[in-house]
Design a binder for this molecule. Structure first.
Ligand code: UDP
Ligand code: MG
Length: 316
C-alpha cells in the first residue's frame, strides 16, 4: 500500500496550526480506513524560521501523535525553499508526497482524487483551482496577470495551480536533480515530464492568521519566475535593435530628403544620422552579448538534460 506524506510549510502559523493538524490527521485516518494509504503515512510540518510559537506547536503534536513529524529550518528562507527542504528530506521514506499550505485554503478533500490519479499511473498531480471567488479583485487580477505574463515569456506553467500537488517518489528523485539556487517550483515541476494529471478544487478563504504573501513577495516571486526560466528579456534587446535599425533606414531617407530640399542647417544631417547609427550599433551589440549571457545562464543552471520514462530491452 502507498506510504503517503503530507508536506506543509509553516511560517508564523501558530494561529492555524492546531486546526490544520487536526484536519490533516482526520484526513489521514480516513484515507487509511479506505485502504488508500499505509499506516506508516506521515504529516511533516516544515517550520520556515517562524518567530512565533509555530515550532512549539509542532513539537507538542509530535510528542502526542506518531504521525506528526517536524523539520525546522535554521531561518526564514521563503515558501519555495521550505517546500523543497521538506520534499528532499522526506523523499526516500515515502512512495508519494502531497504538498499543501498550512492555512488549508486548498481543499484537502481533493487529496482522494489525487491519490486515485496516482494509482492510475500519474507521477505528478496538479491541484488546480476551479474558481477564484474567495480572492479579492486585486489578488485575482494580479494573479491572473502573472500567469499571462509568464506565458508571454515562454515559461510553462499550469494555469491557476499553486503549490498544492502530489509527487511520486520518482518525480521527487527527478526534482532533486535540479540544482539551481533560484527556486520556482511551479516552473520546474512541469519540466520533469512523465504522466501527469489535474484535479480541480475550490479554494477557501484563510480561516485565521493573515497572508504571508503581500504584494512585495508576489512581485519577487514573479520576477524570480521570469528571470529563472526565460532568456526572452535578453533576446528582446536584440529584437529592439533590429526594429530601430529598420526605423533608422526610414529616418535616413527622410533626413536626406530634408537635406536636399535645403530645409536643414549645415551639419545637422550628419549629426542626426550618426546618433541613429551609433544607437542601433549599440543595441545590436548588447543583443549579441545578451545571447552569450543567455547561453551562460542556461549552462550555469546545470539542469538535468533528460529523464528516462521507460526502457525496453532484452536481458541478454
Ligand atoms: N510560507 C513559508 N515561508 C514564508 C512565507 C510563507 O513557509 O516565508 C508558507 C505559509 O506558512 C503557508 C504557505 O507558505 O503555508 C502559503 O502562504 P500564504 O497562505 O500566506 O499565501 P497565500 O495563500 O496568501 O498566497
Ligand atoms: Mg494561503
Amino acid at each position: 500500500m502507498n506510504k503517503l506524506c503530507f508536506v506543509i510549510p509553516c511560517f508564523n502559523e501558530e494561529e492555524v496550526l492546531a486546526v490544520t493538524i487536526t484536519k490533516l490527521l482526520q484526513k489521514m485516518d480516513s484515507l487509511e480506513a479506505k485502504g488508500m494509504v499505509s499506516p506508516e503515512s506521515r504529516i511533516t510540518l516544515v517550520d520556515d524560521g517562524s518567530t512565533d510559537g509555530t515550532w512549539s506547536v509542532i513539537r507538542e503534536y509530535h510528542q502526542k501523535h506518531e504521525r506528526i513529524e517536524g523539520i525546522k529550518l535554521s531561518r526564514n528562507r521563503g515558501h519555495q525553499y521550505a517546500l523543497l527542504a521538506g520534499l528532499l528530506t522526506v523523499k526516500d521514506n515515502f512512495d508519494v508526497v502531497v504538498t499543501m499550505d498550512a492555512d488549508l485554503q486548498d481543499d484537502i478533500e481533493a487529496v482522494d482524487k489525487m491519490l486515485e490519479a496516482y494509482v492510475q499511473g500519474a507521477e505528478i498531480v496538479y491541484g488546480v483551482r476551479s474558481r477564484r471567488q474567495s480572492d479579492t479583485f486585486f489578488k485575482r487580477f494580479t494573479a491572473e496577470s502573472f500567469y499571462k505574463l509568464m506565458h508571454l515569456m515562454g515559461v510553462e506553467l499550469v494555469f491557476n495551480h499553486a503549490d498544492f500537488r502530489l509527487l511520486s517518489q520518482r518525480a521527487l528523485n527527478c526534482l532533486a536533480e535540479y540544482k539551481e539556487a533560484n527556486l520556482f517550483l511551479r516552473g520546474i515541476i512541469p519540466l520533469i515530464g512523465f504522466k501527469t494529471d489535474i484535479v480541480e478544487y475550490e479554494r477557501h478563504e484563510r480561516f485565521a492568521g493573515e497572508t504571508k504573501y503581500p504584494l512585495k513577495k508576489m512581485l519577487n516571486i514573479a520576477a524570480d519566475g521570469i528571470t529563472s526560466f526565460s532568456i526572452k528579456p535578453l533576446r528582446f534587446i536584440f529584437v529592439l535593435g533590429l526594429v530601430i535599425f529598420i526605423l533608422s533606414i526610414i529616418m535616413s531617407v527622410y533626413f536626406f530628403l530634408l537635406h536636399y530640399q535645403g530645409k536643414t542647417v549645415p551639419g545637422w544631417t550628419t549629426i542626426v544620422m550618426t546618433v541613429w547609427a551609433i544607437g542601433v550599433l549599440q543595441l545590436l551589440s548588447i543583443g549579441v552579448v545578451g545571447e552569450y549571457v543567455g547561453k551562460l545562464y542556461l549552462e550555469a543552471k546545470q539542469r538535468p538534460r533528460y529523464f528516462i520514462e521507460a526502457y525496453l530491452r532484452r536481458d541478454n
